[in-house]
Design a protein around this ligand. Structure first.
Ligand code: NAP
Length: 258
């Protein structure tokens, strides 16, 4: 099989958490364009359904929307049940749902800390664990987790200690799962994006004034676009990346190089 064929995802079924919008939606689009069928998994079912319908219409993929809060184990199990009832197998999982709360460490409430850790780290564990159980039985599968450049550096000037800690946790979780499952056909990798223009960054009134500052600090002088994460995720999801596991792939326009 040639490399272009290996990069295709025909016949594969994949779920994407946080798939209703932002990076999740963009990567789900790429999965569909590469031939996969995709479940859009999100707490916001109405937007997830809109995204799934739009993907079906524009790419012809067999999509569904599944409501799931990734911090609730019973909902994650139910999501996997719905997914398997529809597709029968799970080839890849993009565990991507995440939030950021910008509060100085000394003012951060326990609830704010817990919310970020619950969604960004525990949510990735629960969805990757649930995907892993299915994939280990199958003997194959690829899991992609969303970390961040914030796992590598401390962003400035905005304070975000819980976010940074959660994302550093995602990288070590990814490597730990990769080691545990390496001989059983299941690969686990993560991506570490730099600043990407999505609702998370662009719609926060608090962050808007910072964008000019970030662009000034960025070697390429701009934010990344969600679609600039598509190719790496298609690569990680499919057979072209068969020897890639335990990797954290930084896609940040060189932001963390100095
Ligand atoms: P986004 O536009 O805010 O999209 C995140 C999606 O996740 C939303 O649809 C959100 O639903 C959903 N979500 C939130 N909590 C959830 C939960 N408990 N269970 C299921 N779904 C949930 O964010 P994004 O920028 O695409 O970010 C996606 C991922 O990339 C996150 O992990 C983020 O940390 C990471 N990342 C982003 C950037 C960036 O600059 N944008 C950079 C590095 C890494 P609601 O809208 O209903 O909350």
């Amino acid at each position: 099989m040639g490399i272009i064929e290996k990069m295709r995802l025909d016949g594969k079924s994949i779920f994407v958490t946080g798939g209703a919008r932002g990076i999740g939606k963009s990567v789900a689009t790429a999965f569909c364009e590469a031939g996969a069928d995709v479940a859009i998994v999100d707490v916001d079912l109405a937007t997830a359904q809109q995204t799934a319908d739009w993907l079906k219409e524009t790419t012809g993929a067999d999509t569904i929307a599944i409501s799931c809060d990734v911090t609730v184990p019973e909902q994650v199990d139910a999501m996997i049940g719905t997914f398997l009832a529809k597709y029968g197998k799970l080839d890849a999982a993009f565990c991507n749902a995440g939030i950021c709360i910008n509060v100085p460490a000394e003012e951060m409430s326990f609830e704010q800390w817990k919310k970020v850790i619950d969604i960004n780290l525990t949510g990735v564990f629960l969805t990757a664990q649930a995907a892993g159980k299915v994939m280990l039985k199958q003997g194959y599968g690829s899991i992609i987790n969303t970390a961040s450049m914030s796992a590598h550096i401390v962003n400035v000037p905005q304070p975000q200690c819980a976010y940074n800690a959660s994302k550093a946790g995602v990288i070590q979780l990814t490597k730990s799962l990769a080691i545990e499952w390496a001989k059983r056909g299941v690969r686990v990798n993560c991506i570490s994006p730099g600043y990407i223009g999505t609702d998370l960054t662009l719609s926060s009134e608090q962050l808007k004034p910072l964008i000019a500052k970030w662009n000034e600090m960025a070697p390429m002088g701009r934010l990344g676009k969600p679609e600039e994460l598509q190719a790496i995720c298609v690569y990680l999801a499919g057979d072209a990346s068969s020897f890639t596991t335990g990797s954290d792939i930084v896609v940040d326009g060189a932001f963390t190089c100095f």
